[in-house]
Design a protein around this ligand. Structure first.
Ligand SMILES: Cc1ncc(COP(=O)(O)O)c(C=O)c1O
Length: 402
């Protein structure tokens, strides 16, 4: 039977058995509604409170600054739309969102980028800051883009395709300085890929809003959280009951919240040791590929990046073709390409590095997790060079060049 190797942990992660165990009581006997006053309700509420403490502890936040959501996408929507809409409705004489300015980057996940585009259609103006060859945004560029009417800066903590870590603490300092000078401006960071991989501390970052997602840290899909600094006003995007301090109506999914809490506790413990071995495996993979495959190169900074991601471009190869070839040999990876009207659009993130379309088309992301082993990496190194060589030989472009 084909041995399967999962190197797509940035897409999603396997649920940790301890997380499943933490969920089980709330799928069976402890089925109460956390808003009910009776015993069953209190049992459920205690589980939600406990999870709120666990999530807060991982982020160095206060428990009452954590709002549970359905995942990273909802957290980003609540942060960005929620803040802009709250500002717009409180601004005197403003027509809708006209007069609001947001600063973000060219490499945000669609869960921020597309929200910004939707806001633009409603009259908000948005600046998309470039990144450089290293895949990192510059704080000077953030500073230069600030206007009097800038109300939100949204810069991701780490990129999902290339893993580059953004200078969010410096952005946080800049935004705080402006606020101390009287500007009504806030800072959101999408930390979906960073949480659990590197230390993420809301005080160190100085952010007002921070998004995270359960399924990237070994909890199930469909649960996430938004950190909302005390005093920051948001407009609820899911309007209903008064759950989550009125910021997110709907009966709390207690079993999912318990799962996220436990996943955060495990992530905190793992941060002490885990990332080092994941980084070692990533480095072994990277060194092996660069040595064995000519005309392959790493995308983005090799210093300021998450321990678990490497994104490699293979010249003259379609990333999708390599993905399929590897999948047929039991190895799961991903590309950042998106299928639009039947043709493959190269990844906007790799394009933003300024390397040209050929590099963007040939980019493949390998993302590791604590469950990966040296044997798995060595198996990839056995298979990959021949796959690339085959695809290069078969490529019509390469044949035409001969
Ligand atoms: C950086 C980033 N933000 C947001 C999301 C969306 O999170 P979710 O899948 O929980 O909605 C992802 C998921 O890939 C991501 O990588």
């Amino acid at each position: 039977m084909l041995e399967r190797i999962y190197l797509d942990n940035s897409a999603t992660t396997p649920v940790d058995p301890a997380v499943v165990e933490a969920m089980m009581p709330f799928l069976t006997g402890k089925f109460g509604n956390a808003s009910s006053i009776h015993f069953y309700g209190q049992e459920a509420k205690a589980a939600v409170d406990r999870a709120r403490h666990q999530v807060a502890a991982l982020l160095n936040a206060r428990p009452n600054e954590i709002v549970f959501t359905s995942g990273g996408t909802e957290s980003n929507n609540l942060a960005v739309r929620g803040l802009i809409n709250a500002r717009a409705s409180s601004a005197d004489g403003r027509d809708g969102l006209t007069g609001c300015h947001v600063i973000t980057t060219a490499i945000e996940h669609p869960a921020v980028a597309n929200v910004c585009e939707a806001l633009e259609k409603k009259g908000c103006s948005v600046t998309y800051l470039p990144v450089y060859q290293d895949g990192i945004v510059r704080v000077n560029d953030v500073s230069a883009a600030i206007r009097e009417e800038t109300v939100l800066v949204s810069v991701m903590a780490a990129n999902n395709e290339i893993g580059t870590i953004q200078p969010v603490a410096e952005v946080g300092r800049l935004v705080r300085t402006l606020r101390n000078e009287g500007q009504k401006i806030w800072f959101h960071t999408d930390a979906v890929q960073a949480v659990g991989k590197i230390r993420v501390d809301v005080e160190e970052i100085g952010c007002d809003l921070l998004s995270l997602s359960g399924h990237k840290i070994n909890a199930p899909k469909g649960i996430g959280a938004l950190y909302v600094r005390r005093g920051v006003r948001l407009e609820a995007q899911n309007v209903g009951g008064r759950q989550e301090r009125g910021l997110r109506g709907g009966t709390e999914p207690v079993q999912m919240i318990a799962a996220l809490g436990t996943a955060c506790e495990i992530a905190e413990r793992r941060l002490e040791t885990g990332s080092v071995s994941v980084a070692e495996l990533r480095d072994r993979l990277e060194a092996g590929v660069l040595e064995a495959v000519p005309e392959s190169s790493i995308n983005g900074s090799r210093e300021a990046r998450l321990p678990n991601i490497t994104n490699i471009s293979f010249k003259g190869v379609e990333g999708e073709a390599l993905l399929i070839s590897l999948d047929m040999q039991g190895i799961a990876v991903s590309t950042g390409s998106a299928c639009s009207s039947g043709s493959l659009e190269p990844s906007p993130v790799i394009r933003a590095l300024g390397h040209g379309d050929e590099f963007a088309r040939g980019a493949v992301r390998f993302s590791l997790g604590p469950q990966n082993t040296i044997e798995e990496i060595d198996r990839v190194l056995e298979v990959l060079p021949a796959s690339v060589e085959n695809l290069r030989r078969l490529s019509p472009r390469n044949a035409a060049a001969k």
